[in-house]
Ligand binder design. Sequence first.
Ligand SMILES: *Cc1c(COP(=O)(O)O)cnc(C)c1O
Length: 354
Amino acid sequence: MKKHNFSAGPCILPEEVLQKASEAVLNFNNDDLSLIEISHRSKPFVDVMENARSLVLELLGLENQGYKVLFLQGGASTQFLMTAYNLLNKKAAYLNTGTWSSKAIKEAKLFGEMVEVASSKDKNFNYIPKGFSIPTDVDFFHTTSNNTIFGTQIKEFPMFDGVNVCDMSSDIFSRQLDFSKFDLIYAGAQKNMGPAGATLVVIKEDILGNVEREIPSMLDYKIHLGKDSMFNTPAVFPVYVSMLTLEWLKDLGGIPFIEKVNQQKADLLYNEIDRNPLFTGFAAKEDRSNMNATFNLTDDSLKSTFETLWNDARINGLNGHRSVGGYRASMYNALPLHSVQTLVDAMQELERKA
Ligand SMILES: *Cc1c(COP(=O)(O)O)cnc(C)c1O
């Protein structure tokens, strides 16, 4: 039986997706060839790419609004610089809510002036800054919707009257948002969609073409758009698995359905963190992430007892990121409610033993 996988990324994928993906590696479309040994320009794979791209727009509610979808490589980390390369002429504004935002800011500084509108670094990024203003003369405003490492999530998005860019790597397709408020959304596949190796970019085409610099082809959104994500060989297997996950999500009822399940999972775990005197949450309550719950033991001497309990319960991937310590339970779309219940049971067992 499969373990309860709370890994932060690469993360859990639906069992039926893994099943179909492994079949396609051996024999794709009953054509006696593997998915990963056929041409990316063959009709079967072009169909996969087109299906994946249209599922993205459908699930996000962005059809017929001027958005295009790309599946690129280089991870969300390459988007840190690619967004700036393509959009930053003089000045950009960033909200600093954690490690990933800080890395995005570092890259953007290579291309122009950077305004950090607010930062939660003063409290080790355990909250989302609010009540700041965004300069009006910037080329774009960048946010990180969910802070995978610190376990905070933006609930009310501060919006800029201009181009809004968002790194949604760790919560895309997990909750309902008005995605049309964003002009560029990017996400590494391996948090909520597929295996590592593909990066999703959803882009409103009319924001491009405003920078003066020359852009190398591989980093130029326009070139990738012109070639329908096939400028060079795409990451065929990650794109295929992403397509399967998006189909799985659509069949379940899309984002409105999964949002409810994600809320149930988060409520179950946070209620236990708040109830159980042996645990304390890391993130400010109003900013808690429904994807990554960060928490600590109130008494560190219980660490090894707790570790034995959760290991015996076949729980995987619970250790917190080294910059936060403690525990991090990542509850991405494919994690079933009963896995969270198993974790809560282990926390209650610790309380009985302590
Ligand atoms: C994991 C993560 C990244 C980095 O993604 P890579 O694909 O490893 O480059 C960026 N932003 C957020 C919010 C993440 O969770």
